[in-house]
Unconditional design. Structure first.
Length: 239
């Protein structure tokens, strides 16, 4: 796929983090699960369970020196029996979980983001909107794209997957996937290996959101906060 075509088709990317994460993200970057476990010095059996297994619920971790906390999101949309059938013989489920956990993921479509927000019901989240152009120009060598939601495996019609599911943009065979996927766009995710540092260099907006449409607060940039708060107040008066 042509890189310029990709940027034109997907000018913005969306990352969903636990509510209250934005301040840490500004300081430490967007960290993959593996990078978070490294930073918080999680080792042994607890690390294995968080990094190499299905997580049925989100798990808090605490830094042993500073007491700082972070949240490792669940991966409950992955059903173990379905996943096992969709992997090659050379790859164990533990390998797939570790591969996922080595990446920071972005939705390419706001409708997919909204669907993801819906799955968490009555919970707030910090949503970071990123400029695709800025991110690709800066971190291209660590970026891959995928043709389906790699963090989900819950029905028998799921696509087969392996390490090559994560494709550099210029190597992605978009014509092949357009033929295979006719009911939706052929690219779903952008993934960055390990971490995205200096987020403010590539971010366009950070918001506290609740559900599909409710913007509770603009977190960054500050100059947009008053406008968003006025809009929120007006909406509350109308309901």
């Amino acid at each position: 796929m042509d890189v310029e075509e990709f940027i034109k088709d997907h000018p913005e990317l969306y990352h969903m983090a636990a509510a209250g994460s934005w301040e840490q993200i500004q300081h430490h970057g967007l960290l993959s699960t593996t990078a978070l476990l490294d930073r918080y010095r999680v080792t042994g059996e607890r690390r294995r369970l968080l990094e190499s297994c299905r997580r049925g619920k989100s798990e808090p971790i605490t830094h042993p020196d500073t007491g700082e906390t972070a949240c490792i999101r669940d991966n409950r949309p992955i059903y173990p029996k379905v996943l096992a059938k969709k992997l090659p013989a050379t790859m164990e489920p533990e390998d797939w979980y570790r591969l996922l956990n080595q990446h920071v993921f972005f939705w390419l479509c706001e409708d997919d983001l909204r669907g993801f927000l819906d799955t968490y019901g009555d919970t707030e989240h910090d949503v970071i909107t990123v400029s695709t152009r800025r991110l690709v120009d800066r971190d291209y060598d660590r970026i891959t794209i995928t043709p389906f939601n790699t963090g989900s495996a819950h029905h028998q019609n799921e696509y087969e997957r392996d390490r090559d599911t994560f494709s550099p943009i210029h190597e992605f065979d978009i014509d092949r996937w357009r033929k295979r996927i006719r009911h939706r766009p052929p690219i779903v995710e952008l993934a960055v290996a390990h971490e995205v540092q200096r987020v403010e260099e590539v971010a366009a907006l950070a918001q506290r959101r609740h559900g599909r449409y409710d913007v509770r607060e603009t977190l960054w940039p500050v100059e947009h906060a008053d406008e968003a708060n006025v809009a929120s107040t007006s909406r509350d008066r109308l309901t």
